[in-house]
Design a protein around this ligand. Structure first.
Ligand code: PHE
Length: 373
């Protein structure tokens, strides 16, 4: 009788339910699945799922399947932090694929760091994110580079001398990127004729745009997220401001044109990849993504896919599945052939890779140029 009871107890962890299954590796993900930048999270999640499905279909990692638990942060910093705590303390995840927005990564990554759970951000570009600690990684370039790319483009390609800046002051990403752009554009002899601000959630930008109009800029740099950028484009045109807007990766969403309509056409932004690429890694990915989801992958889908595969490769190489061993392997990531380029992580756990500049044409993103670091 006693022996049977003992056997039953030992078998318990294998029964699943709320206990961890031993035949799978559980990875956590949190991101904005709702809220004003919901396409960020929804796209990233699609990229991650495509990668995990492929890896599992090919036998998984060390004979185990990858399981994914995704939580919605609703686009809020405090929700990103509590989702991360939940993933670690309740779901016992092995590693976390962090969210998109830099502000949310800055709220969530310290929790992963303190629990020594590897944290990989697909898309947070603010330099401070990986400074949080040695368990925090990203597979994208950083804003000092992205800001440089657009300042160079405005100055050399568009031959602009006078530019206005409109930044989201409540968004770490936007503020950081605006600062880099301003410094680089001035260094090149350009003039910043206005540097104004708004806050995510605002819907009326006419006061700032009227002030900008009075300074006659040749372009306006708006490093924000797509919802406000779409509205800003609309209102700029209504006020007779015809000059191109310029921005960063935060523009990348199908919703940008849904909100901005024709007003956003002709404007430019820096991004992580272009669907016009003929690189087989890109064309293969687009084909598989379209088959699974019946839509064209944006940059976040591509970065989610790359982040998931880089994490899986580190899991595969790690001698043991524990935080330290996975962290050490992530740090060794070198020349990984990703959809968003060849990815090597440097001593700061940041990816060093090229950026593209694209021009908005309805739902198309016309490829303009590539800039290498
Ligand atoms: N880089 C942005 C940030 O750090 C997030 C982002 C990445 C948005 C890629 C769109 C595309 O906040």
């Amino acid at each position: 009788m006693k022996r049977i009871l003992l056997a039953a107890l030992l078998a318990l962890p294998l029964l699943g339910g709320c206990t961890k299954k031993t035949n799978e590796i559980v990875i956590g993900e949190y991101d904005s699945l709702t809220g004003s930048d919901a396409t960020f999270g929804l796209s990233t999640n699609k990229g991650v799922r495509l990668a995990f499905d492929e890896i599992n279909a090919a036998g998984g990692i060390k004979g185990k399947k990858l399981a994914l638990i995704t939580l919605d942060d609703q686009g809020k910093n405090e929700e990103a932090a509590s989702a991360t705590t939940r993933l670690i303390t309740q779901n016992n995840v092995t590693a976390i694929i962090g969210g998109v927005a830099s502000g949310r990564s800055k709220a969530a990554a310290p929790i992963a760091q303190s629990h020594k759970v590897p944290f990989v951000s697909p898309a947070s570009t603010n330099p401070d994110v990986t400074k949080i600690g040695d368990y925090v990684f990203r597979v994208c370039f950083i804003d000092p580079f992205q800001g440089f790319v657009m300042a160079k483009f405005a100055n050399e390609t568009l031959k602009m001398k006078k530019v206005a800046v409109l930044r989201d002051v409540k968004n770490d990403y936007s503020v950081g990127l605006a600062d880099v752009f301003v410094a680089e554009f001035k260094k090149r002899g350009g003039e910043i004729v206005a540097d104004l601000s708004y806050q995510a959630g605002d819907i009326d930008f006419k006061a700032q745009l009227t002030q900008i109009r009075s300074k006659n800029p040749e372009g306006i740099y708006v490093p924000g997220y797509y919802t406000e950028v779409g509205l800003i484009a609309q209102q700029a045109r209504q006020l007779g401001l015809k000059v191109p807007l310029m921005g960063g990766d935060g523009w990348d969403s199908d919703k940008l044109s849904e909100i901005g309509k024709e007003a956003i056409n002709g404007s430019y932004y820096s991004n992580h990849y272009t669907v016009e690429s003929t690189d087989p890694a890109v064309t293969e990915f687009i084909k598989k993504f379209k088959t699974k989801y019946n839509e064209t992958p944006d940059a976040l889908a591509a970065l989610g896919y790359d982040a998931a595969r880089i994490l899986a490769a580190a899991l595969e190489r790690a001698p043991e599945i524990n935080g330290k061993a996975i962290r050490d392997e992530l740090a060794k990531t070198k020349d990984f052939v990703g959809v968003t380029g060849k990815i090597s992580l440097n001593e700061n756990r940041d990816a060093v890779k090229s950026a593209v500049v694209v021009q908005v044409e309805g739902n198309n993103r016309k490829y303009i140029t590539t800039v290498t670091p």
